[in-house]
Design a protein around this ligand. Sequence first.
Ligand SMILES: NC(=O)c1ccc[n+]([C@@H]2O[C@H](COP(=O)([O-])OP(=O)(O)OC[C@H]3O[C@@H](n4cnc5c(N)ncnc54)[C@H](O)[C@@H]3O)[C@@H](O)[C@H]2O)c1
Length: 364
Amino acid sequence: MVEYIGIEGIRRIVGRMGPAAFMEGLAAEIEADYGRWNDFDKSARHAIHSPGGVIELMPTSDGRMYSFKYVNGHPRNTARGLLTVTAFGVLADVETGYPLLLSELTVTTALRTAAMSALAAKSMARTDSHVMALIGNGAQSDFQAIAFHHMLGIRQLRLYDLDSLATEKLARNLRTLNLPGMQVTCCRSAAEAVQGADIVTTLTADKRNAIVLTPGMVVPGMHINAVGGDSPGKTELHADILRRSDVRVVVEYEPQSRIEGEIQQMPASFAVTEFAEVLSGAAPGRASPAEVTIFDSVGFALEDYSALRYLHKLQLENAQSRQQIDLIPDIDNPKNLFGLLAHTQSGAARQNAWGPSQLAVTPG
Ligand SMILES: NC(=O)c1ccc[n+]([C@@H]2O[C@H](COP(=O)([O-])OP(=O)(O)OC[C@H]3O[C@@H](n4cnc5c(N)ncnc54)[C@H](O)[C@@H]3O)[C@@H](O)[C@H]2O)c1
């Protein structure tokens, strides 16, 4: 049997811990895995594009465990009442190749993306950051707000979305959450939202080279958590922001980010730092209080590996609520896979479907 976490399962796990504690725990797992960067088999994800979106496969392994995520990105889906991003994934044992866990990753992707954003911001944003602009107030936004409140000490959020109903949704959810000390302001433009912001998180979904932030909106010392530009031809920052002489850009895995990140707008010679270098101390996340730092997030397979490993551990710790799925055959004689089919039918049905009964006599 394979461990299974569906939507009810993730609600239960996150509900038990609370989303803030869950994301903090997940950020620690991601940090630990980025800390052993060289153990991982890494590749840019495999993406199949269509006019309306993209479907991606994201595999990685550290030689002991293997994971992959299936994820889509379809910005026009919300107009049809569907999510922009959905996902599921598998954690497997490399020694046998057997899957250990099949899990939903739609909610988990939002949790892991926010955990990763907050983790990066901890080494990149100014330590006195308290105000964050959140531009794009859709499915991912609540998670980012909670993570930055809990892990960075953000106490003022300035919200903006082209769709005012999305901003109302986020403001309403934040009121219900009642995060200690949090002030929320709904703004009428991105330019208004970034006023006085120490951190700007861009979380928009639009399959084009959008210009959510212009150079004039960026001030010295700002940290930009650029999350929504994550596919070829799908960016959020004006390229002149990247060209500033005081800019430092940190990416997850450079070969993938060159294709999918904000830096796809720049020549191959444009200098970037990988997050693993920041964690190891080989490069700073921020060199001075006045520097403009950009976390050019696209989402890397290692973060989903960490999330699946974390979920597997939490699932095993809670034996009562554990669910399993019969995804892989459990048979006494592994050479008699066929016997599994023959033994699942009643005698009469087997006779009709399989012909002479001697075909089905081998014990499974
Ligand atoms: N980097 C990562 O690891 C990662 C992970 C998950 C999702 N994403 C990306 O994050 C983005 C947000 O995902 P989501 O699930 O919240 O999508 P969503 O469709 O639920 O929300 C996106 C919001 O952006 C708004 N928007 C679009 N263009 C805008 C603009 N110019 N200014 C202001 N608002 C604008 C839309 O009205 C919508 O409310 C997507 O592009 C998705 O692909 C990245």
